[in-house]
Every structure is written in structure tokens, then in C-alpha cells.
Design a protein around this ligand. Structure first.
Ligand code: SAH
Length: 248
């Protein structure tokens, strides 16, 4: 059975959007994953089909109604009891590669996309929802966040990426950023490719990559080192940087 995504949104026309092209689009066409949208407005009970109302206590903007959202969520839960229901939310659990891997290993996910100022708090008390944030900034709605989350999950599904292993050495999987990449031409604007990468010595190349990954992480994201308790693998001997040797 394919990995199934259900998106609850006021803007179903935003899907699959960018997920209809490239890796994710091809996988969607092949049935490796499926995507269903649910129009939240279809669960509004009044004749104006209203999904939002003014904030209790006053203030700017509108708030999404708990009763309407609960009907939509209950409909999805009844049909897809196996999939966790995530709510895109700036106060949610920060999305990490580890969390993405967990979600992509499961049967699929349902995602509720917020709009306006947010969602009536009582919905979170009354339904089993997991709030997820894609970062410390504010989007105008949960749809772009849902697309981001889905893209990250789908590329990990078996058969989506070319080489089965190509996801494994990437940034964050080991608690480190990735090593730098190079490709032809060998010389460009007077700059060459580190000699070690042309040596054909796989042990040496992998030691160099590990070393550079650690260095980049220390420089750019010391918080990752702190969070993961440093690099998992100690740099193997002979891991001296090729360009360091050249500088002397
Ligand atoms: N008033 C809220 C922001 C609402 S933005 C606040 O100050 O926290 C409207 C919707 O966009 C949210 O309900 C959520 O679904 C989505 N959204 C905005 N930023 C997001 C983020 N960083 N991660 C995930 N979803 C986000």
C-alpha cells in the first residue's frame, strides 16, 4: 500500500503544486504515495459556510472555529485512523530530519493547515493533534509548511530517490552538515578540486569528507554539535585536509 497523505485546507488548489513535478511528482504518478485534499469549508454547518470568527477578547484578525475543524478532523480520523493528524503551527514541535524519517516510515500522515490568526485552542484539547513547526518565522498559512513537510517525507520513500543510499549521508542524518561537493570542470576561474577527491582512495576520501563535515558544522551550526553531543564517528587517522597540506 502506498504512503498516503491527506491535507485539510481552505485552498485545495495549492496541492499537489510543486509536489506534482520532479521526484515527488513522478512518485505520485507511480503510486508510491497518494495525495488527497479535504476542503475544510465543506464541514461548515451554516449557510454562509463560515470557518472562522472574530477572536474572543478582541484584537485583529480571525480565528478558525473548533467545531468546524473538529468535524473535518473527525471525518479524516474515521477514514484514516492509522495516520497521525499533524497541524502546521509556528508553536509546534520543530521539524527535524529525524522526525521526517519517522513520519515517512509510517503509513502516511494527515495535515491540517491553519489560516488567519490561528485555531481555537479547544480543538487541541479535544482531538489527538500533533503541532509541527517548520521554523521560527510566520507564514500566511499552513499550506506551504505542509508542502515542505510532504516533500521531505516523500523523497525518503523507497523507490523515490535514484540511489537507495543517497539519503543517508546527507546533512543532519549524522548530526552533522554535509561535506562540500565538487564536479567538473576540474579547474574553474583558477580554482581546482581538492586532490584527495581525485585520488580514487575511498578510505581517504571518506575520511576527508567526515573531517570537512565536522568542520563545516563547527563553523556554521555549533548548536548541532551541542545537540548531538559532537560527531558520532571520530575522524579516522590520516583525515588531514588535502588543502591544508597544499597551503604549506
Ligand atoms: N498568529 C499566529 C500565526 C498564524 S499564521 C502566531 O503569531 O503564532 C497562520 C497559519 O500559518 C498558522 O495557523 C499555521 O498553520 C501556518 N504557519 C505559519 N507559520 C508557520 C510555521 N513556521 N510552521 C508551520 N506552520 C506555520
Amino acid at each position: 500500500m502506498s504512503w498516503a497523505a491527506t491535507v485539510l485546507t481552505l485552498y485545495p488548489e495549492m496541492f499537489p503544486g510543486p509536489l506534482g513535478v520532479s521526484l515527488a511528482g513522478r512518485a505520485l504518478g507511480q503510486g508510491i504515495w497518494s495525495l488527497e485534499t479535504v476542503q475544510i469549508r465543506d464541514f461548515a454547518a451554516d449557510k454562509h459556510r463560515s470557518v472562522d470568527d472574530t477572536p474572543a477578547g478582541g484584537g485583529a484578525g480571525m480565528v478558525m472555529r473548533a467545531d468546524v475543524l473538529a468535524s473535518a478532523v473527525d471525518n479524516v480520523l474515521a477514514r484514516r485512523p492509522d495516520a497521525p493528524i499533524l497541524v502546521m503551527s509556528p508553536r509546534g514541535r520543530p521539524l527535524t530530519q529525524g522526525f521526517v524519517r519517522e513520519l515517512s516510515a509510517g503509513p502516511g500522515i494527515s495535515i491540517l493547515c491553519g489560516r488567519f490568526e490561528g485555531i481555537d485552542e479547544r480543538l487541541f484539547e479535544a482531538r489527538p493533534l500533533v503541532e509541527v513547526s517548520i521554523g521560527d518565522y510566520i507564514l500566511s498559512g499552513g499550506e506551504m509548511a505542509a508542502l515542505t513537510l510532504l516533500d521531505a517525507c516523500v523523497r525518503l520513500l523507497p523507490g523515490v530517490m535514484g540511489a537507495a543510499s543517497s539519503g543517508e549521508e546527507e546533512s543532519f542524518e549524522s548530526g552533522l552538515l554535509e561535506y562540500p561537493h565538487y564536479t567538473r570542470p576540474y579547474e574553474w576561474e583558477g580554482r581546482t578540486i581538492p586532490e584527495v577527491l581525485r585520488s580514487g582512495d575511498h578510505a581517504k576520501i571518506s575520511a576527508w569528507r567526515q573531517c570537512r563535515a565536522e568542520e563545516e558544522t563547527r563553523l556554521r551550526r555549533p548548536d548541532l554539535i551541542a545537540r548531538h553531543g559532537g560527531a558520532r564517528r571520530p575522524p579516522p587517522s590520516g583525515a588531514q585536509r588535502e588543502d591544508e597540506g597544499q597551503k604549506k
